[in-house]
Write a protein that binds this ligand. Sequence first.
Ligand code: ADP
Ligand code: ZN
Ligand code: ZN
Length: 742
Amino acid sequence: MYADIIVDITHEKLDKVFQYGIPSELEGVLKVGTEVIVPFGMGNRETRGYIVGFSDEAEYDETKIKEISRAAEGSVAIEARLVALAAWMKEYYGGTMIQALKTVIPIKRRERARKKRYIRLLLEEDEGKRQLDLYLHKNQKARARLLAALLDQPRQEYDLLTKKLNVTRTVVRALEEQNIVLVESEQVFRNPIRRKQEGSRITDHTQEQQHAIDCFREDYRRGIRRTYLVYGVTGSGKTEVYMEMIGEVLEAGGQAIVLIPEIALTYQTVMRFYGRFGDRVSILNSRMTPGERYDQMERVKANEVDVMIGPRSALFTPFPRLGLIVIDEEHEPTYKSEQVPRYHARETAIRRAELEGASVVLGSATPSLESFYACKKGDFQILELKKRAGHKELPEVFVEDMRREMKAGNRSILSDRLKKLIEVRLKRHEQIMLFLNRRGYAGFVSCRSCGYVVKCPHCDVSLSEHRNGKLVCHYCGHEELKVTCCPSCGSPYIGGFKAGTQQIEELVARQFPGARILRMDMDTTKTKDGHEKILEAFASEEADILIGTQMIVKGHDFPNVTLVGILAADMSLYSNDYRAGERTFQLLTQAAGRAGRGKSRGEVVIQTYSPEHYGIEMAAAQNYEGFYDAEMRYRELMGYPPVENLLAVLMTGPEEPLVDTAAGYLKEFALRAGRNRALKIVGPASPYVAKVNDVYRRVLYLKGADLRLLIGMKDKMERYIEINEGFKTMRIQFDFNPVNVF
Ligand code: ADP
Ligand code: ZN
Ligand code: ZN
């Protein structure tokens, strides 16, 4: 038997598996994931490595294979499980084992936690005073200073004290040797949560909440582990349900991970968990320094934490007794990694839960099609919350047809109805949110008179305007010339949509001179807490109107918001990928859900050029299932996920002709390798931004019902790329069922 070992994951170049022999005393002890010490290189330097597999046969000259020295000390079983997860990620999503390992064990060992040292007096007071007299008598001034200070306060911080008294290390050591003082080091962990807040626990659950909680509890107690989807309208109290489930898991001695999209990870949200579970809760966020993240992981390993809250990467928290992974807003595209391995947190969470005997709870008011489809197939258990908690009603929704506004002579960005409703709110001192939908906006071309949108005749997605003036399909590469008048109605008002949040702010300020306005977008949230500050200011009613992009859709409860205006609802509808309809429906429903969370019922105005599109119609009716049915018909017809699977192969390189040739070759190869298989290959196409920082990009798409077949194709292509010199200058990445267009 030989062990396959990855040596030192901090070296990208060593992305190779090395075979080592297993000494007899370690036989049967080693597992996949065990950390070991091995002799490495010419000098047989002792190096750390992870076992990623075992094999029976030697791949090189048997006499040259070295032996493992020993298992690394402090190598914990939890790391073994995470390494096993990494192995699965590499196999499933592509990339190298090192890239996968770095994803699941992201903190480098070199990063040391900041250690505080203390000097403690070991003598009783009288004894100490006698010693002090002795030092003074011998004229040992530094020792006397130190001892006097410690007699005042027997335990003080090393650095502070020595600096203040101006005593050297030698002096401290001398006292240490005389057994007068002790230098203690203490690991200090920078706990990101400072204040503690009393949690007002809701004991009166709605019937639906109670049913969901009971279902989970019963399963959990009986040892049943599975994936649940808490499908509950906005404001139905999903968080409350998660907390009860987590409580159940903690009581049974388990631990829980809660994934929340970064944008919704606000102080308010975190405090709800902290108020409930106290300081066994910890958080992660992307603004933390590597040191801060390392500290959090150390706290986990020191068994000080039972609930970890954070964005996607918190999924790899090294809990040894993981019982539950919650993924809130599971439909959010940020759960998909943009770096190799391009993993999806939902799929990876389900895999981790399988490996560790945990359950997964997904939650959303607008579930991803994948998850709802899985419920229909019986793979996930659905738990439904149809009503808002606390006797609150869903808001009333108006759809304003902007084509009609234009015909009536209103060229403004605000419809008449929205204008009037804003006036009413300002008079009543209620708050307003204006939401500019820009997600996935990629330069589609539409007619402002009739709403016509230019689409690809083959793929049924919008074409995007490229800088060279051509309209391009991002899936198949179809191109056509830009039009100057609408092919449908002949109107000259055809073109791209250009308004941004800043223009809207200016316009609204002119229209309502007395109103206090806050704007939230990439520009105003650049600083570390910018995002949180704006939300806080709006929550404490320092402004009447909040204007923003999708950033404002989640995270805070604003009880005084009674009106939500959605400007340019279509923008994401005609983004150039097959998820455009789904994304639009989700955004509109979530945005609308911001209204009426306080005492009075809310109103929502959706402004659109395509009121008849089912994505808009169903969002206005707040009818998820209606949307699901319509959207699934489209996915079935076009063979898009979740009905079939899509593998994107993204190729980038510094020379355009080379990238083109390589893309051509790879397509040829894929066609040959996939011959006689139920597989469709489209492209290569140029992504919207075909060239970024002097790097050219091409994408090839493979489409097929059988995911295993696509994974097999990925493996074959990876090998083909590896053995062909021609691909050396290029970077090639694989992405299964991408959630963003490249
Ligand atoms: P969701 O995550 O489903 O949008 P939340 O969990 O944020 O909903 O709950 C919305 C609001 O309703 C919160 O202010 C929460 O405290 C409150 N809430 C939740 N459950 C109940 C309940 N059973 N009774 C009264 N209020 C509740
Ligand atoms: Zn038209
Ligand atoms: Zn096309």
